[in-house]
Design a protein around this ligand. Structure first.
Ligand code: SF4
Length: 361
């Protein structure tokens, strides 16, 4: 096992990122092999359990109500609908279901109770359950943990400095606070970001500094390439070059040796060869299914063909951390507190976000 460092500097990370490609690949692949089975890749299925109508202004997101992207909003799915989708995902090789709701933060009440029931139901199918529901309090994190949640996703998205160019409705500190709240439970942390939003290599390194300095480092770090959706403020951003993606994956692998590095959004624009290079550079997880919340993703069968061609095997559930026990709602130690936390609203102006809000479909 490699030694874990929490004191990476931005300069050191930039130096790793900019190494000659062959040196970078060799180093990343060596770290990867030391800490993981290089022929095993974890497969997650992302399920949008509540789509669209989000009050936030994340510049990359087609689910923000203020942008006119044609995304059809949906109310919270039923537990039965989610169970049916989870069974489908399991039969096509997924070990994890990640449920996403387009919320700013979780509010105690019937909808959250319904999500808790979804967590219980999927955990009982012997699948890892992950949720991404926005900001959560410590009590809400405990309630999710009791229900049997395996992971909570809350991305930092980018560096603290560049964050202010992408989002004005919530602050970086609150993101870190949510991660800290999750860390007070046994739920694992999934937190990463997006490249291709117009940020610099320094910003990419800044995000990795923030993630690497967390102790423990996140068990999972998704690396997304922006999918520029028409109607969002970032609609005109150029697609990320495959070499940038490979550099980002390799650098993440070197900086966080134990972490599961997830090749996330943007895979439809990548060739099989490009994806193979990412696996070689240390990516060991993908999202399966033809949709990633609302943006396109490769077909499951295509992924399985790729796995076969590369001799990769899907990871079995609970390989890294054992299965949490589900506590039934009636036996719960943690009750709804009806808290009204004051998550910040920096509300500075981001011109391109304002412009996009004013455009009609
Ligand atoms: S990324 Fe999440 S919080 Fe931001 S607008 Fe989209 S759904 Fe809302």
């Amino acid at each position: 096992m490699s030694t874990i460092r929490h004191d990476w500097t931005k300069e050191e990370i930039i130096a790793v990122y900019n190494k000659p490609m062959m040196d970078l690949l060799f180093e990343a692949a060596s770290v990867h092999r030391k800490n993981h089975d290089p022929n095993v890749v974890q497969v997650s299925t992302l399920l949008s359990i509540k789509t669209g109508g989000c009050p936030e202004d994340c510049g990359y997101c087609p689910q923000a109500a203020r942008y006119h992207t044609g995304v059809e909003g949906n109310d919270l799915m039923t537990v039965q609908q989610v169970k049916a989708q989870a069974l489908r995902a399991k039969s096509s090789g997924s070990s994890r279901v990640c449920m996403g709701a387009a919320w700013r933060n979780v509010k105690d009440g019937p909808e959250f109770d319904q999500v808790l029931e979804m967590v219980r139901t999927i955990n009982k199918l012997d699948m890892e359950v992950c949720c991404t529901l926005g900001m959560i309090t410590e009590n809400q994190a405990h309630r999710l943990a009791e229900a049997g949640l395996y992971a909570y996703n809350h991305n930092l998205d980018t560096s603290e400095e560049y964050y202010k160019e992408v989002i004005s409705t919530r602050g970086y500190e609150d993101r870190l606070q949510t991660i800290e709240n999750v860390r007070k439970t046994n739920v694992t942390v999934c937190s990463g970001g997006i490249i291709g939003m117009g940020e610099s290599v320094e910003d990419r390194a800044g995000m990795l500094v923030a993630l690497a300095s967390l102790s423990p480092q996140p068990e999972s770090v998704p690396i997304n390439a922006l999918v520029a959706v028409e109607g969002t403020p970032l609609e005109e951003e150029k697609p990320v070059e495959i070499w940038e993606m490979i550099r980002m994956v390799a650098t993440t692998r070197i900086v966080m040796p134990n972490t599961q590095v997830r090749l996330s959004a943007g895979r439809t624009n990548m060739s099989r060869e490009g994806q193979a290079m990412c696996f070689f550079a240390g990516a060991n997880s993908i999202f399966a299914g033809d949709k990633l919340l609302t943006t396109p993703n490769p077909d499951v069968n295509e992924d399985m063909k790729m796995f076969e061609m590369l001799g990769l095997n899907p990871q079995k559930p609970f390989t890294k951390v054992s299965q949490p026990k589900t506590v039934e709602a009636a036996d719960s130690q943690y009750q709804a507190l009806g808290e009204k936390p004051k998550w910040t609203r920096p509300s500075h102006k981001i011109e391109r976000n304002l412009e996009a809000s004013g455009k009609k479909a």
